[in-house]
Design a protein around this ligand. Structure first.
Ligand SMILES: Cc1cc2nc3c(=O)[nH]c(=O)nc-3n(C[C@H](O)[C@H](O)[C@H](O)COP(=O)(O)OP(=O)(O)OC[C@H]3O[C@@H](n4cnc5c(N)ncnc54)[C@H](O)[C@@H]3O)c2cc1C
Length: 534
């Protein structure tokens, strides 16, 4: 039997945090919040999540590709957002999926949409379900008769590789590891590695404008998409394979970031690159975070375009095992399939020295990866497994991930941090933390990622405390001129702030596009825009 994704947290069912690691982490949390220990809500079994009977049954012609299996319905009724994890631990499922559909090809997608349209059922496209903003959480209300979650996991193949142009035609349900494995034989890579790489899909990345491996230049999946095929209730649409085009507004760009509201992406031609053989990495310590961010600005504006350029403040550096809690640390790396990259790294380190940075540079690639940068990467990929254990202990943890121009960055960062810390204090009656790193940087500004932690006094308080803190800082982001999301997407949970950020005339245009492609408004209702303006 294929491995099953966890419905209650990150990864697959058989992936558990080793007990010693969990004990160590628990002692770190206890020290952080000044408590002796935690009472722990047990991990729920699927049988504890009670679901009403499905409100709809597929026709005989589609029965083989639809299921109402309890585990599948539960898995498809939650995203990986913190509020959804709280609901799982409360054994609550306010908006269950009625049916899970598993198309095997594009014809199935067309037939499923036809059936849902006839039955007035909402359709939620589902890739890996790794959305942290409620993007795959079934809608409530909206006038539909039922909800069908359309899981693309059986569309998992690289169909064609064009080695001359370095591109591949890839099905939307292909998970990250399988996608890279299928390209490896040709010596090519998409090199799009979001932290959720293991459990997310190409279609999900495109539908959410995901941010990946590259800290500069090719930060979002957008730049890697050459063309798309999309099934909409109004018909199938395919864009041309072109390296670039000035022919009007880009049809690709209309679907990139559409979050399942305009159609189901079934495949895409993606731009690839040769696997890098040359790499150079270093870490640089700064006594002051803002001196470090000044150095990052110089780097971002230097034209060097490092593949990795992530600065972590003192708290994040300590948490990630990179430093002692007194220093901020910049992880900087260059890579190429074509030429040695020691020279750009040397120049980057000179720039950092101008701002008081102290470089830690080993003798070669292997020693670097085993060193601080390697430790950071290992921890970075492992941290998501702790989230469910935090929810079980009434600790809330989440992120504000945004972007802002350099001229406003320092005030902006300070205001979000203050709003977050004050909200944690007010909601929980104790101190929490708000730490910061940059995920991506641009010549005109950074993408700061602020992680907040707080401890609620009881499981009953966890949801309202979480939202008090999330809302306070989200308000500060919008007031400060930032974006409510740099790469996690809007989903159900960022929607109120997205509505404040998005120009109203653009909402009208989006509404018209949705009405043309999805006349009954059944594709992921409630995301991005409503049928009737408020
Ligand atoms: C631990 C963790 C780390 C993360 N790290 C990152 C990160 O580094 N960078 C980043 O950008 N995001 C990150 N995310 C968020 C999430 O992984 C991304 O949004 C990802 O792109 C979602 O892919 P998915 O296949 O899981 O899509 P899903 O979560 O299944 O779906 C996301 C949205 O896209 C729609 N959708 C999915 N597939 C299709 C399709 N074929 N056609 C049309 N619509 C579709 C869904 O309806 C939904 O609205 C992280 C999440 C977690 C849990």
């Amino acid at each position: 039997m294929a491995k099953r994704l966890k419905f209650w947290g990150w990864g697959y069912e058989d992936e558990v945090v080793p007990p010693a690691e969990l004990r160590w982490m628990e002692s770190t949390w206890a020290e952080r919040f000044g408590v002796a220990g935690f009472s722990v809500t047990p991990t729920p079994a699927a049988a504890e999540i009670r679901l009403p009977a499905p409100r709809i049954a597929p026709p005989a012609s589609l029965a083989a590709i639809c299921t109402t299996d309890h585990y599948e319905r539960v898995l498809h009724s939650y995203s990986k957002s913190f509020p959804d994890i709280i609901r799982v631990y409360r054994r609550e499922c306010p908006s269950p999926a009625d049916v899970v559909a598993l198309p095997r090809n594009e014809r199935d997608v067309v037939d499923l949409l036809d059936w849902c349209y006839g039955a007035n059922a909402a359709v939620v496209p589902f890739g890996g379900g790794s959305s942290v903003v409620g993007g795959v959480t079934p809608p409530t209300g909206g006038g539909h008769a039922a909800v069908v979650s359309m899981d693309l996991r059986n569309l998992g193949k690289v169909l064609e590789i064009d080695e001359v142009s370095q591109c591949a035609r890839i099905q939307a349900g292909t998970f990250g590891p399988s996608l890279e494995a299928q390209l490896k034989g040709a010596g090519l890579t998409l090199r799009h590695f979001p932290q959720s790489f293991q459990c997310s899909t190409l279609g999900g990345w495109i539908a959410t404008r995901a941010g990946g491996h590259f800290a500069t230049l090719y930060t979002h999946i957008d730049d890697l998409v050459e063309s798309l095929r999309v099934v909409t209730p109004s018909g199938v649409l395919e864009t041309r394979r072109l390296p670039g085009s000035g022919a009007g507004p880009s049809p690709d760009r209309m679907f990139i970031g559409s979050e399942g509201t305009l159609g189901v992406i079934t495949e895409a031609w993606m731009r690839l690159r040769r696997r890098p053989g040359f790499r150079a990495t270093a870490t640089v310590k700064f006594g002051d975070f803002y001196r470090g961010t000044d150095a990052v600005r110089a780097l971002a504006q230097s034209g060097l375009y490092p593949a990795n350029c992530r600065i972590l403040d003192a708290e994040e550096s300590q948490y990630n095992g990179l430093a002692d809690g007194r220093h901020s640390v910049l992880v900087v790396a260059f890579e190429s399939a074509d030429h040695p990259v020691e020279a750009p790294l040397k120049r980057a380190l000179e720039l950092c020295r101008d701002f008081g940075g102290e470089a830690d540079m080993g003798a070669g690639e292997a020693s670097h990866l085993e060193g601080a940068a390697g430790r950071w990467r290992e921890r970075f990929m492992f941290l998501p497994y702790f989230k469910e254990h935090m929810a079980a202990r009434c600790i809330f943890r989440d992120a504000y991930e945004t972007a802002i121009t350099w001229d406003r960055f320092k005030d902006f960062h300070a205001s979000i941090r203050e709003a977050g810390l004050a909200a944690i204090r007010k909601a929980t009656g104790r101190e929490g933390s708000v730490s910061c790193r940059f995920t991506h940087v641009y010549p005109d500004g950074p993408a700061p990622y602020l992680t907040f932690h707080g401890l609620s006094s009881s499981p009953e308080r966890l949801m309202s405390d979480y939202w008090a803190v999330k809302s306070a800082a989200s308000d500060a982001i919008i007031a400060g001129g930032g974006t409510i999301t740099h790469h996690h997407a809007v989903g159900r949970e960022h929607r109120p702030w997205y509505d404040r950020q998005r120009p109203e005339l653009f909402a009208c245009a989006l509404r018209a596009a949705k009405s043309a492609l999805d006349p009954k408004w059944l594709l992921n209702p409630g995301l991005l825009v409503d049928r009737n303006p408020a």
